[in-house]
Design a protein around this ligand. Structure first.
Ligand SMILES: [Zn+2]
Length: 290
């Protein structure tokens, strides 16, 4: 579980369960989307199935560890078209009652468990009521309200908290804007979306600037200024545009090198007096040679 970033308390708790051979039959991993619950569950499963785990950690050397990805004693159930159907759960329960073949135990993960309809949940309930002694089922959810109380009363709930900004930075290897972290609110995919959106915005500005069409550029600038998301980070977007132009310069001999100095001027102007509107107007006039 150590490759998972964050969630230290849960790591300790679950490692102890493996170490003391008190692995539960059913867990419910609860927490918002995209904070590492699934990776955690997979790592937990690998540790459970390991033949010679040390201090609750898998060894990565035994047969079970080396063939983990193809281990028939391990399975992840994921929704199809936003639903986990009763047939899927019935198939799973049919498999889980068969003795493990490769490991001492069997682990099944149900991702986005809230997407099981009532019928599917009732089918799952049957196996939760009388689980085979070697079986562990891990339900993962970001919305436990959608699970039946009868299910919730038969699982051990493990709460996952949102990631800290430092943890997100660590996962995304550093390149995350402060605004993206605020927007992400502890979720990695949201931080990634933000970075991605910002790049798309910069890219479309670069494209329209190259046309030197006054009206089109003006429209794009308005769009940038009016998007609340970029309010305090227009300079960051423009820096990305400049970066795009630099790479353009390397590849395209006909690229107008002045475009880069116009953006530089614009950035300096924003830095000097903080008047974004004025700086962008000047940029527009310069680019269109007006
Ligand atoms: Zn192992």
């Amino acid at each position: 579980m150590d490759i998972v970033i964050g969630h230290e308390e849960n790591k300790e708790k679950l490692k102890k369960m493996i170490e003391s051979n008190q692995i539960g039959h059913a867990y419910l991993f609860v927490g918002k989307k995209s904070i590492g619950k699934k990776l955690f569950a997979v790592e937990f499963a690998k540790s459970i199935l390991c033949d010679s785990s040390v201090n609750g950690k898998y060894c990565d050397k035994c047969e079970s560890c080396l063939t983990f990805e193809h281990n028939s004693d391990f399975k992840i159930i994921a929704p199809e078209k936003d639903a986990i159907k009763v047939d899927t759960i019935r198939k799973m329960t049919g498999e889980i009652i068969l003795m493990p073949t490769k490991s001492k135990r069997k682990v099944f993960i149900i991702d986005d468990a809230e997407l099981m309809n009532e019928q599917a949940q009732n089918a799952l309930l049957k196996i939760l009521e009388e689980p085979p002694k070697y079986a562990t089922i891990i339900l993962i959810t970001s919305n436990k309200d959608k699970l039946l109380n009868t299910i919730k009363s038969r699982v051990m709930e493990i709460q996952f908290n949102a990631l800290s900004n430092d943890e997100i930075k660590k996962i995304l290897a550093g390149d995350v804007h402060e605004e993206a972290l605020k927007f992400a609110n502890g979720s990695v995919s949201k931080a990634l979306d933000f970075n991605n959106d910002m790049f798309l915005m910069a890219n479309s500005i670069a494209t329209v600037m190259k046309t030197k069409n006054f009206l089109d550029i003006n429209r794009k600038m308005e769009e940038l200024k009016n998007d609340k998301k970029y309010k305090s980070m227009i300079s960051d977007v423009l820096e990305k545009v400049m970066f795009i132009f630099y790479s353009e310069l390397k590849e395209n001999v006909e690229f107008d090198v002045n475009m880069i100095s116009y953006i530089e001027e614009c950035l300096q102007s924003i830095k000097r007096n903080g008047n974004v509107d004025l700086a962008l107007d000047m940029l527009l006039l310069n680019v269109c040679n007006l």
